[in-house]
Write a protein that binds this ligand. Structure first.
Ligand code: FES
Ligand SMILES: [Fe+2]
Length: 489
């Protein structure tokens, strides 16, 4: 199947032209309760019309291999924050999908994103989380690469290779495109993807509120939390895109505990909205008002509240009243795997580590001009809620673990999941300034938007799938064209 029209691709995916389901019997059975995915949607994993999602997308290993090419190799992927790189040679190691990469600051101030895999035997060249380097030397046989990825030294080169090693052809592979947005560094393997601002689309409007509300910008506090957990990355991403609903149950014990600590009445705001955006991005917000200062509900000390209130005044002058006052951004997700929790100063990325595990990289993002007492308060607030020991973080990870692991049962695999909240409801028009499609706080419109984008991408095989020996493309079940896998050395 090949089509330039994303709508055609979705239709093809739901009517039989998409990827073959894996290890899956879709024959309706009396043993199945409720709704099932009809055979007419036999090759669909997401039934947008009936708002069902096939739960094998969270556990199937072959589907996961395809996802790495069709979704991750075709998207802009968040890698790091610019404030992590002060000098040439500063580096940070991370992932693009399952591929390990090194982000390095160059002498000209730009960035290179190098595949962290030695060209000799594939050893991981850099095994540090971050630091400063003049070169990256592989521990296995000692090949050395410059910060631009070029192969600059080979031990005993003359004795080993004579003059037959063309070093210029054996540098580290590098992502062909790297761009930044308001301090965030993104890379992609796709040479034909739109420029980053176009890819972000309407989400850029909201990222301004998070990353640069008053023209002074934001910085990442030193230190990046990294940890692994069980669960499929999409469950985390979709929750951050649009799930305010889970707070009432998943986090209720934490909400009660915090209220009792402050000797405060229990308050869980239920007025707000979700914004679904083309490209699969989504976010949720509380309705803003003069008397709702989230930093007061968070229990910050009076001096911190005063500083934050002054910043909100500056934001109103810089971005206008609507963006500064009418929305208190709670959560969001930039497709595919960059998530935000603006009210907890948190930004994180979900790296898939197989279909049923993920590695989280999490930053605390604070105003660039925040004095030390404000930075400290925001950092403590972030750490108490999120990060590996955060109470709210642990609440969430428990849900993703069981949703993923128990979806791989013989019977559970046949039962689709329900994504119908708010379906058919007319979009809200109360915020005409805000771009995107707006629904109430409790809605799954953003999740549906996320999976619509996911389905578009999954319906088109990546040309490297045959080369990589993945079933589906190689066996002729589907065919398609797309940008060739692009690496530069
Ligand atoms: S694997 Fe890196 S030098 Fe041999
Ligand atoms: Fe949560």
């Amino acid at each position: 199947m090949s089509s330039d029209n994303p709508g055609d691709r979705i239709q093809a995916a739901v009517s039989g032209g998409g990827p073959e389901p894996v290890g899956r019997d879709r024959t309706p059975s009396p043993a199945r309760g409720g709704e099932h995915m009809e055979p007419r949607y036999g090759r669909a994993f997401v039934d947008g019309e009936r708002t069902l999602v096939d739960r094998t997308i969270f556990s199937d290993p072959v589907l996961h291999r395809r996802e790495l090419g069709r979704v991750f190799a075709r998207s802009w992927l968040f890698l790091a924050h610019e404030s992590q790189f002060e000098r040439p040679g500063d580096f940070f190691t991370t992932f693009m999908g399952a591929d390990p990469v090194i982000v390095t600051r160059q002498r000209d101030g730009g960035y290179r994103v190098l595949l962290n895999s030695c060209r000799h035997r594939g050893m991981r060249v850099c095994r540090y989380d971050s630091g400063n380097a003049r070169a990256f030397t592989c521990s296995y046989h000692g090949w050395s690469y410059g910060i631009d990825g070029s192969l600059i030294a080979v031990p005993e080169e003359k004795a080993a290779y004579g003059d037959r090693l063309d070093r210029s052809a054996w540098g580290l592979a590098a992502a062909p495109r790297v761009e930044t947005f308001k301090g965030l560094v993104f890379g992609t393997w796709d040479t034909e993807i739109p420029p980053l601002p176009e890819y972000l689309g309407d989400m850029a409007y909201y990222l301004d509120i998070v990353l640069d509300p008053d023209g002074k910008g934001t910085v990442a506090l030193p230190g990046v939390h990294r940890w692994r957990m069980r669960g499929n990355w999409k469950l985390a991403a979709e929750q951050f895109a649009g799930d305010s609903y889970h707070v009432l149950s998943t986090h209720l014990s934490a909400v009660i505990a915090e209220a009792s600590l402050r000797d405060d009445e229990l308050r869980v705001p239920t007025t707000g909205f979700q914004v679904a955006m083309s490209g699969g991005h989504g976010l949720g917000a509380f309705d803003g008002s003069e008397d709702f200062d989230y930093w007061r509900t968070a229990g910050f000390p009076e001096d911190v509240c005063a500083w934050m209130a002054a910043r909100a005044d500056r934001a109103e002058r810089h971005l206008g009243r609507a963006r500064a006052r009418d929305a208190v951004l709670i959560h969001g997700n930039v497709f595919p795997n960059l998530s935000l929790l603006p009210i907890r100063s948190s930004l994180r990325v979900w790296h898939p580590r197989g279909p049923d595990a993920l590695e989280v990289h999490s930053w605390s993002i604070v105003p660039a001009d925040a004095p030390p007492f404000v930075r400290r308060a925001l950092l403590l607030d972030y750490g108490r809620h999120f990060g590996p020991s955060g109470t709210w973080e642990q609440d969430d990870s428990e849900q993703w673990h069981y949703s993923t692991a128990d979806g791989d049962g013989f019977i559970t695999r046949g039962l689709p999941l329900h994504y119908r909240m708010g379906h058919g409801r007319a979009p809200r028009t109360s915020f005409p300034e805000f771009p995107g499609s707006i629904d109430g706080l409790f809605s799954e419109a953003n999740q549906r938007c996320f999976y619509e984008r996911w389905s578009e991408l999954m319906a088109v095989p990546h040309p490297a799938e045959s080369r990589n020996g993945l079933p589906g493309a190689a066996d002729g079940a589907v065919s398609g064209t797309g940008p060739a896998p692009a690496v530069t050395t």
